[in-house]
Design a protein around this ligand. Structure first.
Ligand SMILES: Nc1ncnc2c1ncn2[C@@H]1O[C@H](COP(=O)(O)OP(=O)(O)O)[C@@H](O)[C@H]1O
Ligand SMILES: [Mg+2]
Length: 303
């Protein structure tokens, strides 16, 4: 299922422009990353697509699932689409999970709503889904409340719930930002594996360029509610067309010089950019060191 967003604009009741004429698309089974600094309009884009904008905000333009217009559909029609055909995972799984309901019942929710499965089959499917997101001891997890689980476990549960009805499109809004680095990597790998296996079209929103490099093939760069550049991840890193994209890449790079945390991106960038950056941010760092680390991390990335 392809997702096409055309001239999407969002305004507040008081006339403030939150999104201005945003256009981008993802082909069926494609993986799009939307990057931009905090406040650039990434979450509002996701919420507008899903018909979940905060009270008082209005959207205009077009959002099409294949050729079907979904922007402006009524609440009842949107309920049919959300969770069934387009699903979402958010930064904080607790916003998606009900604190007072056991996890198993919550994962069963979309199955009860959108399928004709019998009670017994739903139970079976819940355990299958928990196994799918690599949670052991599915009986215990299903019988737990969200607060009894770790952050990583909760995000796996949220992912199981999102994928329960095998949606055609998954919108993930900073799903790993709140997790610590190791868990973040695990959940990212899991998400990538699952959407690939299921052929799900992915829209992945983050402020974190290295994360995009891991999960997406196409790239949309946002700033101040507008689209700065639509490109591929490879081109965005190697040969950004826009000055702002170049600044994002260099900012990520300069962080990597300090924190050795850029994953495969370092080796994807040209040496001149590295030299320039090293001179700016850390006179003692050596470009050859970066090269070695970049290569080994690139290898790890392609394993
Ligand atoms: N509930 C709200 N009411 C009014 N403005 C909001 C609300 N939520 C977010 N905004 C504004 O919308 C803009 C885009 O925010 P958002 O999409 O959340 O950014 P991002 O997800 O890229 O960090 C920001 O300027 C933010 O201040
Ligand atoms: Mg956001």
């Amino acid at each position: 299922m392809s997702l096409v967003v055309e001239n999407l604009s969002v305004h507040t009741r008081t006339g403030r422009t939150i999104l201005k004429d945003c256009s981008w698309q993802v082909p069926t089974g494609g993986r799009l990353g939307i990057i931009g600094e905090s406040g650039s309009g990434k979450s509002m884009s996701a919420l507008a697509i899903l018909g979940l904008l905060p009270e008082g905000m209005t959207a205009s333009g077009s959002v099409r699932l294949d050729s079907e217009e979904i922007l402006g559909l009524g609440k009842a029609q949107l309920r049919h689409i959300r969770g069934a055909r387009i699903a979402m995972v958010f930064q904080e799984p607790l916003t998606a999970l009900d604190p007072l309901m056991k996890v198993g019942r919550q994962i069963a929710g979309p199955l009860r709503l959108h399928t004709n499965l019998t009670k017994a089959h739903i139970q079976e499917r819940v355990h299958e889904l928990l196994t799918m997101v690599a949670l052991d001891d599915t009986e215990r997890i299903a019988a737990s409340y969200p607060w009894q689980l770790s952050g990583g476990q909760r995000q796996r549960v949220a992912l199981a719930m999102a994928l329960a009805c095998e949606p055609e499109v998954l919108i993930a809004d900073e799903p790993t930002t709140a997790l610590d680095a190791t868990v973040q990597g695990e959940v990212l790998n899991l998400l990538s594996e699952l959407v690939e296996k299921m052929g799900t079209t992915l829209v992945f929103v983050t402020h974190d360029l290295p994360v995009i490099a891991k999960v997406a093939e196409d790239l949309v760069v946002m700033r101040h509610g507008e689209i700065i550049e639509c490109t591929t991840v490879a081109k965005g890193l190697h040969a950004p067309r826009e000055e702002y994209t170049r600044q994002l890449v260099e900012a990520a790079l300069s962080l990597s010089v300090r924190a050795s945390d850029l994953g495969g991106c370092v080796s994807d960038l040209d040496v001149r950019a590295l030299e320039r950056d090293v001179q700016v941010s850390d006179p003692s760092a050596r470009v050859s060191d970066l090269g070695v680390r970049g290569e080994s991390e690139k290898a790890a990335l392609h394993e």
